[in-house]
Design a protein around this ligand. Sequence first.
Ligand SMILES: *Cc1c(COP(=O)(O)O)cnc(C)c1O
Length: 397
Amino acid sequence: MFVYMDHTATTPTSPEVLKAMMPYFGENFGNPSSVYSFSRKSRSAVEKARTQVAQALNADSSEIFFTSSGTEADNWALKGTLDKARLTGKNHLITTQIEHHAILHTAEYLHKFEGVDVTYLPVDSEGFVNPDDVKAAITDKTALVSIMFANNEVGTIQPIKEIGAICRERKIPFHTDAVQGAAHLDIDVKAMNIDMLSMSAHKMYGPKGVGALFLRKGMRPENFMHGGAQEHKHRASTENIAGIVGFGEAMEILKTRLNEDKAINSARRDKLIAGILDKIPDAKLNGAVCGDKRLPNNINFSFIGVEGETLLLDLDARGISASTGSACSSESLDPSHVLLALGLKHEMAHGSLRFTIGRLTTDEQIDYVLEVLPEIVARRRAMSPLWEDYLKSKGEN
Ligand SMILES: *Cc1c(COP(=O)(O)O)cnc(C)c1O
């Protein structure tokens, strides 16, 4: 059996999306910036996608700017806002300890090369930011607050509307990395007081290599890409027409089935979580306990006594594709910065395993994982000195 349970790393491009994209690789190859009528097809295709994305967020289409990725949208929001703010003497950025590296490494860059002061807000043991901490961190130098909508490793959904209201009241621009949030949740940028928002198509059954930044009217971070006049002079370079068309299509489809997907995913998520807790002793669920405050597709556990990496290989040998949490950390053996921020000890952070379900998931696959995983964990624990030590220390208490 092939079981793909890494939908947070990426999703397959849906067949309808691919079908909508195809003409723009072929007969409709015109450059939208050209004046002749042939290029109009490309131009109107981009504008249709812009409307599709905008409608899904309750935004105006003039507020959507296409980029090459979620990472680029994050870089643009942070660097572009701080670049402009520094001209007026503001050089403080507030973010969190659990952001995706697209935010964290950008914040580190801004600190190192542009002298920006960065506050990394802590989170509680379930991964929630306390809005009072946001309030307390704001100074008269604060140029931007950037807090992710939902965490990619543990699935915790932040109180975005409340944080947005605090920023609005203090007149501080508020950006959110909603690459995961927008793929699973209803987002209304107006009701949620969001000024800037990053998205990525490949996390929502669209193609890889295309993203977008929502910029509320009046928000004008300095451009990130300089060059031609594309995207109303705010993001230079010839548009990835097919990618943008795919993004728009994916977003429209996502919106029509959002509630249905949410219900199906969260039922399966809860079944997998309950099954693991039932069948594997000393399994620790990481992230939000309350289902409504957790991404409907996220399951993240730590198993004391076993390395997550080892479990991944064992699962792979049984046809199951999972993750330890962050695709970017598969190259390094550092424990997840997210799990450490949640207060996990190093050995528990190393023992983490993430399953992210989605449209490829079936009930049979959930049962299969529940059959295979307990065996694997038990076998690895039987060989683990850490597990032995743990059992002894438990016996002593
Ligand atoms: C995947 C992801 C990104 C990066 O998006 P890309 O389009 O792959 O560059 C940023 N933030 C979060 C939360 C993500 O999950």
